[in-house]
Design a binder for this molecule. Structure first.
Ligand SMILES: Nc1ccnc(=O)[nH]1
Length: 189
């Protein structure tokens, strides 16, 4: 079967945005193995940021995450924060992607998150035995890298300036929503 994204397709922002929006299980219909093999850490991080943008456009918190199988370089889970969209007291970008992936062996996967993980997500990442975390923003938030490293999770910082600017804008526009999401401070509603 010929896919829309293949070995001759350039890796553009439009292509990455289509990947971000397509259900994970349908991705093999969109891109073939050769295209998938060409995706880099920065590309996976940008997909996480485009999921953050999708959440922002829905009125939610702009944080996205992508989980990739280390051996096959394929996306096995992805998602974004749904505090607002699902009226969900605790569904961060990371938990959303982890839930999308399901009960797999996370020790052979990498999670790309558009924002530095909170302590609850860092604990889940450690408990589920992820081999590696790539963090796209340690400018707006930080603090769990040492915990992750102490627990044998490899941490790489790969800042995405688009994601950093988006989160900074959100924090200025909706400071209460940012605090509720980070610290569980009671919703004003
Ligand atoms: N890393 C994160 C911080 C806060 N909220 C999220 O969804 N993710």
């Amino acid at each position: 079967m010929k896919t829309l994204l293949h070995e001759q397709t350039p890796v553009t922002e439009h292509a990455l945005n289509a990947i971000a929006h397509m259900p994970t299980k349908s991705l093999p219909m969109l891109m073939n193995n050769d295209f998938t093999q060409g995706l880099t850490d920065a590309d996976f991080m940008r997909i996480a940021v485009l999921l953050a943008q999708k959440s922002y456009d829905e009125g939610g918190c702009p944080i996205g995450a992508v989980i990739v199988n280390n051996a096959s370089n394929t996306i096995v889970g992805k998602g974004h924060n749904t505090l607002v969209q699902e009226n969900h007291p605790y569904n961060h970008g990371e938990t959303s992607a982890i839930r999308d992936a399901g009960r797999i062996d996370f020790s052979r996967t990498t999670i790309y998150t558009s924002l530095s993980p909170c302590s609850v997500c860092a604990t889940l990442i450690q408990m589920r035995g992820f081999s590696r975390v790539v963090v796209g923003d340690v400018t707006n938030a930080s603090g769990t890298q040492d915990f992750l490293k102490e627990n044998k999770v490899h941490v790489d910082i790969l800042e995405d300036q688009y994601g950093i600017a988006l989160y900074a804008r959100f924090r200025l526009e909706k400071p209460e929503q940012d605090l509720e999401d980070w610290q569980g401070i009671r919703s004003p509603n």
